[in-house]
Design a binder for this molecule. Structure first.
Ligand code: UD1
Length: 427
């Protein structure tokens, strides 16, 4: 297994080109199951998670093909015939988002047998809201032997679905399913995350009728079939946020190409309070955000995770990385997932002073972190350890870095180009 080695203490300078969004491309690939025509997706990132999903689509009888190199590169999904409606445990357990195939399978093939994804490191993550929503659309659902067996004889039908709280995945699945349901579906308390908007826009390009994207009420009027489309995926706001934090944490000055400040939601105001400056450069086609790290230690800043445009839970751990060396005590509250503090123990190995009280972490800033061996525990925790390693004096060795390949394309290459001393070694 590879390790990532970082010799910290170098301020980042240069340009980081942001890749296509992981959290958008996964449901977009799944959306390809809704049509018998080719869906072309451009600007897609090359990640372990997209490969896992391609394997899943292959077992369902669909083809995912990568094409090109450079700016026009991407992948195409062709699901002319669905030869299977069974999503096996071996693939769903690798990546939770594979469960989302349940929506398109039910909508198009009127049946699905999808393995339960099980728990994961950041919490129990149940699927009750998916099942309730699909049942409201007329699906008959049984959970047996670790699988959700769902049928919708005669097809799904539109329904009014009020979600008790915002869920990104449930919004994706119900919106996709509703595009081929009979009649109108209204989802209230829907997620308004940019990735949901991305998926909705692609579905519209495929001929779906959707209103209210980016708001809490999304209305979908079902059609008999969807077409193919050629769609360009948005850039990854979570990758961009992590790099903005890395630049700030090292006291650097660097640009993020392809990302608009607005899409980062509550991150930018929180970082401004911490003493980080931002300026918008570039143009509407290719926005560029310049991040200028604080002079001296960042100010202690408090954040609470919330659905978009609130502070993203996927940036909670990386933000805590920056706060480790803040001047004062910061408070980070996690309200989306129940156990998303796995990174805390590893940060303390680097000398951070963090105490946990229920859903809240109190971080007493220390003047500096010191390099140490640490272990990545999940996707967003791993990038936090990279940020902390870049800040720390001395050498940090991060093990179990396969988590990083799930969500950050060419991370070492991008950071090295900005001066970071970071490389990969086989252990
Ligand atoms: C997606 C993102 C993930 C991000 C999260 C929240 C992808 C591939 N993943 O995950 O990076 O951290 O949104 O922004 O896009 N819940 C239930 N019952 C359900 C479904 C969800 O209780 O049936 C709960 C979850 O346990 C969690 C909360 O709802 O506490 C929100 O999670 P959700 O928005 O569904 O996260 P994902 O879509 O899985």
């Amino acid at each position: 297994m590879d390790q990532i080695i970082i010799e910290g203490g170098v301020p980042l300078h240069g340009d980081l080109v942001i890749s296509g969004s992981k959290n958008a491309v996964l449901p977009l690939i799944i959306a390809g199951l809704l049509s018998d025509r080719k869906l072309t997706l451009r600007g897609t990132p090359r990640l372990a998670d997209t490969q896992t999903l391609a394997d899943m689509l292959y077992t369902l009888g669909a083809e995912v093909e990568e094409f090109g190199r450079g700016p026009g590169e991407g992948l195409s999904v062709t699901a002319a015939d669905l030869s299977s409606t069974r999503a096996p445990y071996a693939l769903v357990s690798k990546m939770r988002a594979s469960f989302w195939v349940i929506g398109p399978l039910l909508a198009r093939a009127h049946e699905a047998q999808v393995s339960l994804p099980g728990g994961c490191a950041i919490g129990t993550r149940p699927v009750d809201l998916y099942l309730k929503g699909l049942a409201a659309m007329g699906a008959d659902i049984k959970v047996e032997g670790g699988y959700v067996n769902a049928t919708a004889k005669g097809g799904l039908r539109g329904a009014r679905i009020e979600l008790p709280f915002v869920s990104v995945g449930v919004t994706h699945v119900l919106m996709m399913a509703a595009t081929l349901a009979k009649g109108q579906t209204i989802i209230t308390n829907a997620a308004s995350e940019p990735e949901v908007v991305d998926v909705g826009r692609c579905l519209q390009a495929m001929g779906a009728r959707i209103d209210g994207l980016g708001t809490r009420v999304v209305t979908i009027t079902g059609r008999d079939r969807l077409d193919g489309a050629d769609y360009t995926v948005s850039r990854d706001r979570i990758e961009a946020g992590a790099y903005a934090l890395a630049v700030a944490a090292t006291g650097g000055d660097a640009t993020l190409t392809g990302i608009d400040e607005n899409v980062l939601g509550a991150l930018v105001p929180a970082m401004r309070l911490a003493g980080v400056d931002f300026c918008t450069e570039g143009n509407a086609n290719e926005p560029v955000l310049r991040v200028i790290g604080p002079r001296g230690r960042p100010h202690a800043t408090c954040v609470t995770t919330e659905p978009y445009p609130g502070f993203a839970t996927d940036l909670q751990a990386p933000f805590m990385g920056l706060m480790c060396c803040a001047d004062g005590v910061s408070r980070v509250r996690e309200t989306i997932f129940e156990n998303r503090f796995m990174h805390v123990q590893e940060l303390t190995r680097l000398g951070a002073n963090i105490s946990l009280l229920g859903d809240t972490a109190l971080i007493t800033g220390v003047p500096e972190l010191l390099g140490a061996p640490v272990m990545a525990t999940d996707l967003r925790a791993s990038v936090t350890l990279v940020i902390a390693g870049l800040m720390a004096r001395g050498t940090t060795r991060i093990s179990r870095v396969y988590h990083l390949a799930r969500g950050y394309e060419r991370l070492e290459e991008k950071l090295s180009a900005c001066g970071a001393r970071i490389w990969r070694e086989a252990s």
